[in-house]
Design a protein. Structure first.
Length: 266
């Protein structure tokens, strides 16, 4: 409860930093804040144009009227989920170092700072999902009530990202290689997650290993809800919930133990 009261007190600052992440970074450009809308829209159009129209990639068994677009749906649902994770994790990992000037001058909650990039990327994700939904309606792909599960999966994913990112952010103050390691390992993590390829092509032993990947569970859940219109793997998500709670506990414990030294080290 005390932590929630502190976060509520820091809410105006979080909203200001979120605005900076979303809008102010584009204010010197010609289109300004319009880029916040254009970026996810262009990404979706590119994936649809290249994979459905030019390459003709598709997944069979969804009906002739939408088979042309099924691989694009498969790809977009995974790419949107990966993008919000990768950008948020990278930003949170670097946040104490990037905001060192503010942290040393303002009594800002170190627990609240990661919410700004997390919230800004979540908003971009929701904008992308809105465009995605419009695209699905235009091609006649059904949108079922299972879409109501998407925000729940997203909330768990954001909590996982916050916990992992906060832990890495604390470590990055003392171990400078953490920042470079995250930048190098994120592309590797991307290819260890079935986003651009179908997991059916993976050998059975490899699928068992990939199932341990938290991002696989998130992406698989989004695809179950959106593409296959069925309930996701609840057992897998329950395991990720346990991992998330553990990460949050460890990250907050470590921050509590080191906060004074961390502020002095910046």
């Amino acid at each position: 409860m005390q932590m929630l009261r502190r976060l509520q007190h820091q809410l105006p600052l979080v909203m200001l930093l979120t605005r900076q992440e979303l809008i102010d970074r584009h204010k010197s450009s010609l289109l300004g804040r319009t880029w916040t809308l254009l970026s996810p829209l262009i990404n979706i159009l590119v994936f649809v144009l290249i994979f459905s129209t030019i390459m003709g990639a598709r997944l069979e068994g969804f009906g002739a009227e939408v088979d042309q677009y099924t691989y694009s749906i498969y790809l977009i649902s995974g790419i949107l989920a990966w993008t919000v994770f990768a950008k948020s994790l990278s930003a949170i990992t670097n946040i104490f170092m990037d905001r060192a000037g503010m942290i040393t001058k303002v009594n800002v909650s170190l627990r609240a700072l990661p919410f700004a990039p997390l919230l800004s990327e979540a908003i971009v994700y929701l904008i992308g999902m809105a465009f995605f939904a419009v695209f699905l309606l235009l091609i006649g792909f059904p949108i079922s009530e299972l879409w109501l599960g998407v925000p729940l999966v997203l909330a768990l994913q954001l909590a996982f990202t916050y916990g992992l990112g906060l832990l890495l952010a604390v470590l990055a103050v003392y171990i400078k290689d953490i920042r470079e390691a995250v930048a190098v390992l994120l592309p590797v993590w991307f290819w260890l997650t079935p986003i651009v390829y179908v997991d059916d092509i993976i050998p059975p032993w490899a699928r068992e290993v990939i199932a341990l990947n938290p991002l696989f569970q998130f992406v698989d859940a989004y695809r179950a809800l959106i593409l296959y219109q069925q309930m996701p793997n609840i057992a897998g998500l329950a395991v990720i919930l346990g991992v998330t709670l553990t990460l949050l506990y460890v990250a907050l414990w470590l921050l509590n133990r080191t906060e004074r030294d961390l502020r002095d080290s910046l």
